[in-house]
Design a protein. Structure first.
Length: 397
């Protein structure tokens, strides 16, 4: 089923071409009348030639009026296909009528009655209406009729300008119309994406101000009350985290929309949020090369996996992403049992290379560093804190 909104947008895209075509139609009418004045002494039926020129003038006015109904797009859309068909019929009949007003010696060596320039209007209309293929076919049809009427198939088909002029006009105007329609479609898609992103942001604000606040309240009060309500508090906390991750991912999609090799690091990190893992990220997109973002995300995942495995059942983790402009800093901290000084070196000496490869090695491969701060300043009972630092080079927009 035809989409009226899509049709209106298509009409708007080619409306300037239709207007220019009608101006060209009126200019070519003046040229045809001038050619008639110069050629009429050579006609054998001068009165009929003036009648045909009058009909050509009437049709030019009527067709220009119907094709230029840009103030009434619905009317114009219905009329244009019939006017374009009528254009071809009128042009072919006027070309054929040349034999009725002139003898063989004249029409064999001169232009047909409506002139090649005026006949081009039919080709232009077909090209704008249906694209380059229709324009080329229309040009070939009109040229074939003109060559047949003038009986020139065996003489100067390739030397005469009729065929290349009509075909090239049909091709050029058809391509222009297709380009205009394609550009209009791209503008519409951009507008729709912008509107959708704005609506997502509005909904995110509504959810944040309403649902998330309520879930946070239920979680806090349920934990305080304890007993059977503790399970309710836990469920509310899980749903709060899920909603926050969803809203963050929506913002990340918008930020990634125009970049083919970059992604927003924030959704990758917020996807790891759980009731026992809090993730804090900047409000603006943090764009990073796709491969580098995956590696940094992997290092954070491994750090959180170590928290879950070694920090204790009640431990909570906190992830903080900072963007200083030239450097990204990701801190992964927990309030668990901590780690004894020198334990990582001992584990590496024993052949247990999980941390050195999955965390330290990843950051080193990216040109950054991974430092376990609490191994030096803390110890057992003080939790652990990793700090990942990675230099970044911004891609110029």
């Amino acid at each position: 089923m035809r989409d009226p909104n899509r049709a209106d947008a298509t009409d708007a895209a080619v409306a300037p071409l239709w207007r220019a075509a009608q101006a060209f139609r009126l200019v070519t009418l003046l040229y045809a009348i001038g050619q008639q004045v110069a050629s009429v002494p050579n006609y054998t039926n001068q009165r009929l030639s003036w009648v045909l020129i009058a009909l050509m003038a009437v049709w030019s006015g009527v067709s220009a009026l119907m094709l230029s109904q840009w103030h009434f797009p619905d009317v114009a859309q219905r009329l244009r296909i019939w006017v374009v068909v009528g254009d071809h019929v009128v042009v072919i009949l006027l070309i054929a009528a040349t034999r009725l007003v002139a003898d063989y010696d004249w029409y064999h060596g001169h232009q047909t009655l409506p002139t090649t320039l005026w006949a081009t209007n039919a080709v232009i209309s077909a090209a704008i209406l249906r694209g380059p293929v229709a324009g080329v076919l229309s040009g070939l049809l009109i040229a074939a009729v003109a060559l047949t009427v003038r009986d020139q198939w065996g003489n100067d088909v390739w030397a005469d300008a009729t065929v290349p002029v009509l075909v090239s006009v049909g091709l050029a105007l058809g391509l222009a119309a297709e380009t205009a329609r394609r550009a209009q479609g791209q503008v519409e898609r951009a507008v729709r994406l912008t509107a959708a992103a704005e609506e997502r942001e509005r909904l995110a604000r509504e959810v944040h101000d309403g649902v998330l606040q309520v879930l946070a309240y239920i979680k806090r009060r349920g934990t305080e009350i304890g007993g059977p309500t503790a399970e309710l508090a836990r469920r509310a906390g899980e749903q709060e985290v899920a909603l926050r991750v969803l809203l963050s991912e929506q913002g990340g999609r918008r930020a990634r929309g125009g970049a083919g090799d970059e992604v927003d690091l924030r959704p990758l990190l917020t996807a790891q949020a759980r009731p026992d893992v809090s993730v804090s990220t900047p409000g603006e997109p943090v764009l990073l090369d796709r491969a580098a973002a995956a590696e940094l995300d992997g290092a954070v995942r491994n750090a959180l996996a170590n928290v879950a495995q070694h920090a204790g059942a009640e431990a909570k983790a906190y992830v903080l992403l900072e963007d200083t402009g030239d450097e990204l800093i990701v801190s992964v901290r927990d309030d668990g049992v901590g780690i004894a000084p020198g334990r990582l070196a001992e584990a590496e000496a024993e052949g247990r290379l999980g941390v050195s490869r999955s965390i330290v090695g990843r950051l080193a491969a990216l040109g950054g560093t991974a430092v376990l701060l609490t191994e030096e300043t803390g110890g057992v009972g003080f939790g652990t804190e990793w700090e990942f630092r990675m230099p970044v080079r911004r891609v110029a927009p």
